[in-house]
Design a protein around this ligand. Structure first.
Ligand code: URA
Length: 206
């Protein structure tokens, strides 16, 4: 089993300070423009975790600002949520070339950052966008359909209290299902909105 080398990072309650500007832990550093750390409320009850930055995200340094991000904004709006009230990040913080899926090695090398972000923000619920984020956080490795129908998904890290995980299809997947979310994609979109509304219930707890 590979061990992650020590990281030169300051773990503050501030997502911007967790990753060194010059991180070279995995090969993704070679082609990245920006490290995409995450944006939003550092005390958010709801934390979204996607897969990896795409082209627009790499250029701007913010997560979900391209086409998938526009759809995520629509989902948030329909569920009565605002970007500024949630925290949004990804499993890996640098863009995989050509938007390919991050490799297990890249995910492994980047995972301490996501873990520290979750520990710092302490969300009441984690919303995972797509298979990569859902599998990584829950350590359940079924198909996305099976993960979506599992009501007991949690993220658990060692002695930390488990955090409920709400899985959603990735917005890019929804986009691929149909333009303007008509036809086949419409029920998927409505299902995602219903799931997100469930996530908002966690805002009221406590
Ligand atoms: N897809 C992701 O998984 N994350 C982003 O930030 C953008 C697209």
């Amino acid at each position: 089993m590979r061990h992650t080398p020590p990281l030169q990072v300051t773990y503050q309650n501030d997502g911007t300070q967790m990753i060194p500007d010059n991180c070279t832990l995995c090969p993704l550093h070679k082609e990245r423009t920006n490290i995409v750390i995450g944006t939003g409320d550092l005390h958010a009850a709801i934390m979204f975790v996607g897969e990896a930055p795409g082209e627009q995200e790499d250029l701007k340094g913010d997560p979900f600002v391209g086409p998938a991000g526009k759809l995520l904004d629509k989902l948030l709006h329909k569920a009565g949520l605002k970007r500024k009230d949630v925290f949004i990040t990804n499993v890996v913080k640098c863009r995989p070339p050509g938007n390919r899926e991050p490799t297990p090695e890249e995910i492994h090398m980047c995972s301490p950052f996501l873990r520290k972000q979750i520990q710092a923000i302490q969300p009441r619920v984690l919303v995972t966008l797509g298979r990569v984020a859902t599998q990584r956080l829950t350590f359940q490795f079924g198909a996305m359909g099976d993960l979506l129908s599992n009501p007991n998904l949690t993220y658990t890290y060692r002695e930390d209290a488990p955090i409920p995980v709400l899985a959603l299809y990735h917005p890019s997947y929804l986009l691929r299902q149909g333009a303007a979310l008509r036809g086949k994609a419409k029920p998927l979109f409505l299902d995602a909105v219903a799931r997100l509304k469930r996530a908002t219930e966690y805002q009221q707890v406590g």
